[in-house]
Ligand binder design. Structure first.
Ligand SMILES: [Zn+2]
Length: 144
Protein backbone atom coordinates (compact mmCIF):
# COMPACT_ATOMS: atom_id res chain seq x y z
CA UNK A 1 0.00 0.00 0.00
CA UNK A 2 1.30 3.41 -1.01
CA UNK A 3 1.06 6.65 0.93
CA UNK A 4 2.53 10.10 0.47
CA UNK A 5 5.46 11.37 2.42
CA UNK A 6 4.79 15.10 2.67
CA UNK A 7 7.92 17.12 3.26
CA UNK A 8 7.57 20.79 3.95
CA UNK A 9 10.88 22.62 3.76
CA UNK A 10 9.68 25.35 6.11
CA UNK A 11 11.20 28.83 6.17
CA UNK A 12 13.95 29.97 8.45
CA UNK A 13 13.30 33.18 10.29
CA UNK A 14 9.56 32.97 9.95
CA UNK A 15 8.92 30.27 12.45
CA UNK A 16 7.91 27.67 9.93
CA UNK A 17 9.73 24.50 10.84
CA UNK A 18 10.57 21.80 8.33
CA UNK A 19 8.19 18.88 8.76
CA UNK A 20 7.82 15.42 7.32
CA UNK A 21 4.45 13.76 7.66
CA UNK A 22 2.81 10.70 6.17
CA UNK A 23 -0.55 11.39 4.57
CA UNK A 24 -2.84 9.00 2.76
CA UNK A 25 -2.69 8.75 -0.99
CA UNK A 26 -6.13 10.36 -1.08
CA UNK A 27 -5.00 13.36 0.99
CA UNK A 28 -1.87 13.76 -1.12
CA UNK A 29 -3.83 13.71 -4.35
CA UNK A 30 -6.39 16.11 -2.88
CA UNK A 31 -3.60 18.60 -2.26
CA UNK A 32 -2.24 18.09 -5.79
CA UNK A 33 -5.69 18.44 -7.37
CA UNK A 34 -6.41 21.49 -5.24
CA UNK A 35 -3.20 23.10 -6.44
CA UNK A 36 -3.85 22.33 -10.08
CA UNK A 37 -7.44 23.38 -10.44
CA UNK A 38 -9.13 23.70 -7.11
CA UNK A 39 -9.41 26.12 -4.25
CA UNK A 40 -5.64 26.29 -3.59
CA UNK A 41 -4.79 27.24 -7.18
CA UNK A 42 -4.19 30.93 -6.44
CA UNK A 43 -1.88 30.08 -3.54
CA UNK A 44 0.53 28.17 -5.77
CA UNK A 45 3.54 29.76 -7.39
CA UNK A 46 4.99 26.72 -9.13
CA UNK A 47 4.20 23.09 -9.22
CA UNK A 48 5.78 20.22 -11.06
CA UNK A 49 5.41 16.50 -11.33
CA UNK A 50 8.61 14.63 -10.56
CA UNK A 51 7.32 11.39 -12.04
CA UNK A 52 6.37 8.24 -10.20
CA UNK A 53 3.45 10.01 -8.56
CA UNK A 54 5.67 12.57 -6.83
CA UNK A 55 5.09 16.33 -6.84
CA UNK A 56 6.97 19.45 -5.98
CA UNK A 57 4.87 22.45 -4.95
CA UNK A 58 6.02 25.99 -4.26
CA UNK A 59 3.36 28.03 -2.49
CA UNK A 60 3.16 31.81 -2.73
CA UNK A 61 3.60 31.85 1.03
CA UNK A 62 7.13 30.55 0.44
CA UNK A 63 6.36 27.09 1.72
CA UNK A 64 7.95 24.39 -0.43
CA UNK A 65 6.26 21.01 -0.30
CA UNK A 66 7.43 17.72 -1.75
CA UNK A 67 4.94 14.87 -2.00
CA UNK A 68 6.63 11.54 -2.61
CA UNK A 69 4.79 8.28 -3.09
CA UNK A 70 6.26 5.73 -0.67
CA UNK A 71 5.34 2.37 0.81
CA UNK A 72 3.19 2.78 3.89
CA UNK A 73 4.89 2.21 7.25
CA UNK A 74 3.99 -1.26 8.50
CA UNK A 75 1.60 -0.22 11.27
CA UNK A 76 -0.35 2.12 9.02
CA UNK A 77 -0.55 -0.49 6.30
CA UNK A 78 -1.85 -3.01 8.83
CA UNK A 79 -4.56 -0.64 10.00
CA UNK A 80 -5.81 0.10 6.51
CA UNK A 81 -5.05 -3.02 4.60
CA UNK A 82 -8.13 -5.02 5.53
CA UNK A 83 -11.12 -5.61 3.30
CA UNK A 84 -14.58 -7.03 3.64
CA UNK A 85 -17.27 -7.81 1.08
CA UNK A 86 -19.71 -4.94 0.58
CA UNK A 87 -22.37 -7.52 1.41
CA UNK A 88 -20.72 -8.08 4.79
CA UNK A 89 -19.01 -11.20 6.12
CA UNK A 90 -15.46 -11.97 7.07
CA UNK A 91 -12.69 -9.40 7.28
CA UNK A 92 -9.67 -10.28 5.12
CA UNK A 93 -6.18 -8.98 4.62
CA UNK A 94 -6.05 -6.83 1.49
CA UNK A 95 -4.08 -7.74 -1.55
CA UNK A 96 -1.96 -4.78 -2.62
CA UNK A 97 -2.16 -5.87 -6.25
CA UNK A 98 -4.56 -3.87 -8.36
CA UNK A 99 -6.45 -0.64 -7.85
CA UNK A 100 -9.53 -1.96 -6.02
CA UNK A 101 -9.79 -3.50 -2.53
CA UNK A 102 -9.48 -7.26 -2.83
CA UNK A 103 -8.79 -10.04 -0.34
CA UNK A 104 -5.33 -11.61 -0.17
CA UNK A 105 -6.64 -15.13 0.46
CA UNK A 106 -8.29 -17.46 -2.02
CA UNK A 107 -11.84 -16.35 -1.14
CA UNK A 108 -11.50 -13.44 -3.55
CA UNK A 109 -10.64 -15.56 -6.54
CA UNK A 110 -13.49 -17.92 -5.72
CA UNK A 111 -16.03 -15.16 -6.25
CA UNK A 112 -14.62 -12.56 -8.61
CA UNK A 113 -17.97 -10.78 -8.90
CA UNK A 114 -17.94 -9.84 -5.21
CA UNK A 115 -17.02 -6.25 -4.48
CA UNK A 116 -14.88 -5.41 -1.47
CA UNK A 117 -14.28 -2.31 0.58
CA UNK A 118 -11.46 -1.28 2.92
CA UNK A 119 -12.21 -1.64 6.62
CA UNK A 120 -10.25 -0.96 9.81
CA UNK A 121 -11.65 -3.97 11.74
CA UNK A 122 -9.51 -6.96 12.76
CA UNK A 123 -9.16 -9.92 10.42
CA UNK A 124 -11.77 -12.65 10.98
CA UNK A 125 -11.00 -14.88 7.99
CA UNK A 126 -9.08 -17.99 9.10
CA UNK A 127 -6.92 -18.17 6.00
CA UNK A 128 -5.95 -14.49 6.27
CA UNK A 129 -5.33 -14.85 10.00
CA UNK A 130 -2.88 -17.65 9.19
CA UNK A 131 -1.07 -15.39 6.72
CA UNK A 132 -0.99 -12.63 9.33
CA UNK A 133 0.52 -14.93 11.96
CA UNK A 134 3.18 -16.21 9.57
CA UNK A 135 4.04 -12.59 8.68
CA UNK A 136 4.30 -11.62 12.34
CA UNK A 137 6.52 -14.63 13.05
CA UNK A 138 8.75 -13.75 10.13
CA UNK A 139 9.06 -10.11 11.23
CA UNK A 140 9.96 -11.30 14.71
CA UNK A 141 12.66 -13.59 13.32
CA UNK A 142 14.04 -10.80 11.16
CA UNK A 143 14.12 -8.40 14.09
CA UNK A 144 16.51 -10.71 15.98
ZN1 LIG B 1 -9.41 -14.13 3.79
Amino acid sequence: MKVYERKSAGRTGEGIEPTTTIVSRREGLDEVDGCMLGTSHKKVLRMSSMGGGSYHIVYRSGEVVTLTLVDAPAEQAAAEAHVTSILGGKVHLASNQGPVPFPLCSSGSRSTATKYRAIAASVTCRECDGIQQRRAARLEREAK
